[in-house]
Design a protein around this ligand. Structure first.
Ligand code: PFF
Length: 468
């Protein structure tokens, strides 16, 4: 049998895992969700979701992944065949997220070029430029394909030679760019309104839907609930301290989300713009902010920002592609290259549907939404959170406690001080918390049909996936 691939170094793994976590979720989605959900109160709920639920689930994913040495489906299946379906939901989520993620990744690439060629020279028209661009049938598709092609090139090279190598270069670049733009933003006159929007909570705006949005965002941003961190954990050597690594990755991800908020909101308020703009926020507000700085400086910062966005997107999308590829390699015994081509071809088709659903095919809806929103809402609001809930139940009630402890303490050679606390959270608190939040959220959300559909898919998979 061929030897399983491994990460080349601890730093390489940490950067790759942080690379997976830090992505469009942090820089594109976190700011617009914060803007739509009233700012600071949303952030506080989000932080609780991240550090209580997300961190515990990440520890569990690394543990289950490294113990089994197998990717999402295999990790469940090798322990208990009845639980295969949770891995299958993960692989399905990988396909679905990659059905829209490269579309937005492509927008970021396009905006690098647009920033240079004069996006910032006509501030009033920036919103129209964005609307015109994403509803166009052809141009966004070219950028999406370009973005997907870079993913294919990286993932085809494998773990240490592809994903790890790319992350080691790209992650430090991203970090530096975010800090740089953040400093510029807070030093603008009038920036304090943005900082108080970010840091002084107004609880009156919180509903069940806010909490579900924060939970979904925590899962999405930390790459949890679909076996991505199981897959990355499966390539880990037996010496690394899993709990510590999870703390580092979670903290880095949170830091980058806050940095993105600091880069955007102070400048947004300084220029008197509206925070609740939805998914167009960074593509409309950021270039407008930079346009208002004027001339070469504006062009420079705008270009830098979209380079950062594209880089962040890329180190995440490779991990999404890897979830599907690793499944095909482990379970279907496919060669890596073939798996990469096959998976990305399917993803490209989904992306074409998603991209066109914002323009020419916007009249075609299923359960009330177009393809882009369908893939997005189904994964972010249902599959990831429910996948995370099942993972917690699996780890808490199916996995033997000794096995978890042995893996987390490297067979007793290192200590994990809060093991019992973590175990109690995973076993009792988290499954109940997710179920309650999901229930409250579903009640106060508009897309009930889609929610029911998502739950039905999970039930069907639970019944039929043992054959997969
Ligand atoms: N964490 C990524 C982001 O914040 O953009 C998105 C993501 C990657 C979600 C990998 C899920 C995943 F498995």
């Amino acid at each position: 049998m061929q030897q399983r691939e491994n990460w080349g170094s601890r730093l390489g793994f940490l950067l790759a895992a942080a690379g997976s976590a830090v992505g469009l979720g942090n820089i594109w989605r976190f700011p617009y969700l914060t803007g739509e959900n009233g700012g600071s109160a949303f952030i506080v709920i989000y932080l609780v979701c991240v550090f209580v639920i997300g961190l515990s689930i990440m520890i569990a994913e690394f543990t289950v992944g490294r113990r089994s040495g197998l990717a999402a489906v295999g990790a469940y299946k090798s322990y208990s065949r009845n639980w295969t379906f949770v891995g299958v939901i993960g692989v399905l989520s990988g396909f679905l997220i990659m059905g829209f993620y490269p579309v937005v990744g492509g927008w970021a690439l396009a905006y690098i070029v647009k920033s240079i060629t004069g996006l910032t020279s006509a501030p009033d028209a920036i919103g129209d430029v964005f609307g015109g661009f994403i509803t166009n049938s052809f141009e966004p598709l070219l950028w999406m394909i370009a973005f997907l092609a870079v993913n294919v090139a990286i993932v085809a090279k494998g773990i240490a030679g592809g994903i790890e190598k790319a992350s080691k270069v790209l992650m430090p670049v991203l970090f530096f760019l975010l800090i740089f733009i953040g400093i510029r933003s807070v030093s603008l006159p009038g920036a304090d309104a943005g900082l108080s929007f970010l840091f002084s909570p107004d609880w009156s705006v919180v509903t069940g839907a806010t909490v579900l949005a924060a939970l979904g965002q925590a899962f999405f941003s930390l790459s949890l609930g679909m076996g991505c961190m199981i897959t990355y954990g499966s390539y880990l050597n037996k010496k690394q301290n899993l709990a510590k690594d999870a703390v580092i990755v979670t903290s880095l991800d949170t830091l980058c989300a806050i940095l993105a908020g600091i880069a955007i909101f102070p400048a947004l308020f300084a220029f008197g713009m509206e925070p609740a703009q939805g998914p167009g926020l960074v593509f409309v507000v950021v270039p407008s902010i930079f346009a208002a700085m004027g001339g070469g400086v504006g062009v420079f910062f705008s270009t830098l920002f979209f380079v950062a966005l594209a880089v962040a997107a890329l180190t995440s999308s490779v991990s999404l592609l890897e979830v599907v590829v690793a499944y095909l390699i482990d379970e279907k015994k496919m060669a890596r290259k073939k798996a990469v081509y096959l998976a990305s071809a399917v993803m490209a088709v989904l992306c074409v549907m998603a991209s066109l659903s914002l323009g020419v095919t916007s009249h075609i809806t299923v359960l009330g939404v177009g393809a882009f929103d369908f893939f997005d809402i189904l994964t972010d609001k249902i599959f990831l959170a429910i996948g995370g809930m099942f993972l917690a139940i699996f780890a808490g009630w199916v996995y033997k406690k000794e096995d978890l402890k042995a893996e987390l303490t490297n067979e007793g050679t290192i200590k994990m001080a809060l093991f019992e606390v973590w175990y109690a959270l995973i076993k009792y608190v988290i499954p109940v918390a997710i179920a309650v939040i999901a229930f409250m959220g579903v009640k106060s959300i508009a897309q009930t049909g889609l929610m029911i559909f998502g739950l039905a898919v999970i039930v069907v998979l639970a019944i039929f996936s043992k054959k997969l």
